[in-house]
Design a protein around this ligand. Structure first.
Ligand code: HMG
Ligand code: MG
Length: 313
């Protein structure tokens, strides 16, 4: 078993994109600083998607310009198309030299219907449009991650053929994505599905080229992570407090919470570089920002045992 695991934090993007109440830019930057301060080394900060589609992240340029730094820290942002990449490059140019590293991520779905709802195009058309994103981003020194959404099931089509997921993931790797994250957008996946997909994919890709992005909608996210760990996967996406979901997948609440993931990984002896106490503080910060209690079980339990003065297990 690998001992070092990358916890890939997506809360500031995947979490906040789902929040109706507008979070002010300084609040987003405070959350990012709290996450970086907790030792998370990969953080998805925001999205250069259409502000008409996702008004919450319309301040992506301001966020990128003011990202807090940290040793070994790399941020990523979603870019859906060449216009998104141009906005990212413009924000980086305006910020000037010396800020933290910012990479790009492209996304599409394994299922046609979800892809159309999410980006208003078919899968083949979306992949073709990524040619104007992935190569040009890499030429400017950015790494590019690719997401395959609805990899375990689609809110509109139901079951998704694993062969489709493998084909889309393979196309993203062939375009030059350094890693492909398999998204359980609506949280329907189970460990056997993870094993099956990994069996198919790991014949064509190295384990470090694949990440798992599980949602905990039906309580299966950590079981799926365990199946991924056993398959040699070393990067898992999660969201602080369990914030978020996909606005174009009804009922897709419940990203795997970072606190739940880190609690399990640390308990199993894996290293993550994350400081538990500071992570809990970041979770509390996220709750204050969105003005409600977040679903992370490990966060809830930690805060309850602190309130009782009980020792941490
Ligand atoms: P569209 O309306 O089809 O775009 O949107 P278009 O290319 O036809 O252009 C229409 C207008 O949008 C034009 O402006 C463009 O300039 C503008 P106008 O001429 O009308 O004034 N436009 C843009 N503006 C700013 N930034 C851009 C941009 N592109 C075009 N990048 C588009 C197509 C892809 C932009 C839209 O559908 C969109 O923004 N979709 C994003 C939806 C989204 O963010 N979903 C959530 C992220 S994915 C996710 O959460 C899943 C994941 O977590 C993994 C998992 O859980 O499975 C990753
Ligand atoms: Mg997601």
């Amino acid at each position: 078993m690998a001992t070092r695991i990358t916890v890939y934090e997506v809360g500031p993007r995947d979490g906040l994109q789902n929040e109706a109440r507008q979070v002010p830019t300084p609040g987003k930057l405070e959350l990012l600083a709290a996450l970086a301060g907790a030792g998370l080394s990969r953080i998805e900060a925001t999205s250069f998607v259409s502000p008409r589609w996702i008004p919450q992240l319309a301040d992506a340029g301001e966020v990128v310009a003011a990202l807090p730094g940290g040793a070994g820290l790399a941020y990523a942002v979603l870019v859906p198309n060449d216009k998104g990449l141009a906005r990212l490059l413009d924000a980086l140019a305006r910020r000037g030299a010396g800020g933290p590293r910012v990479d790009a991520a492209v996304f599409l779905s394994a299922s046609e219907s979800h892809n159309r709802k999410n980006v208003n195009k078919g899968v083949a058309e979306t992949l073709a449009a990524f040619e104007a994103v992935v190569g040009p981003a890499r030429e400017r020194g950015l790494r590019v991650r690719g997401y395959v959404s609805t990899a375990f099931g689609c809110p509109y089509e139901g079951k998704v053929d694993p062969a489709r997921v493998v084909a889309v993931a393979g196309a993203l790797l062939a375009l030059g994505c350094e890693q492909v994250s398999l998204g359980d957008t609506i949280g329907v996946g189970t460990p056997n599905q993870v094993r099956r997909l990994l069996e198919l994919l790991l014949g064509k890709a190295r384990p470090e080229q694949i990440a798992l992005h599980m949602h905990d909608t039906r309580g299966t996210a950590l079981a799926n992570v365990l199946a991924g760990l056993e398959g040699g996967i070393t990067t898992f996406d999660s969201s602080i407090g369990g914030l978020g979901g996909c606005p174009y997948a009804p009922g897709a609440s419940g990203n795997l919470a970072t606190e739940d993931l880190v609690y399990m990984l640390h308990g199993m002896g894996y290293e993550t570089g994350v400081d538990w106490g500071r992570l809990v503080a970041a979770g509390e910060r996220a709750e204050a920002l969105v003005g409600r209690t977040l679903p992370s079980k490990a966060l809830r339990a930690e805060l309850a045992s602190r309130a009782l003065g009980a020792p941490t297990c």
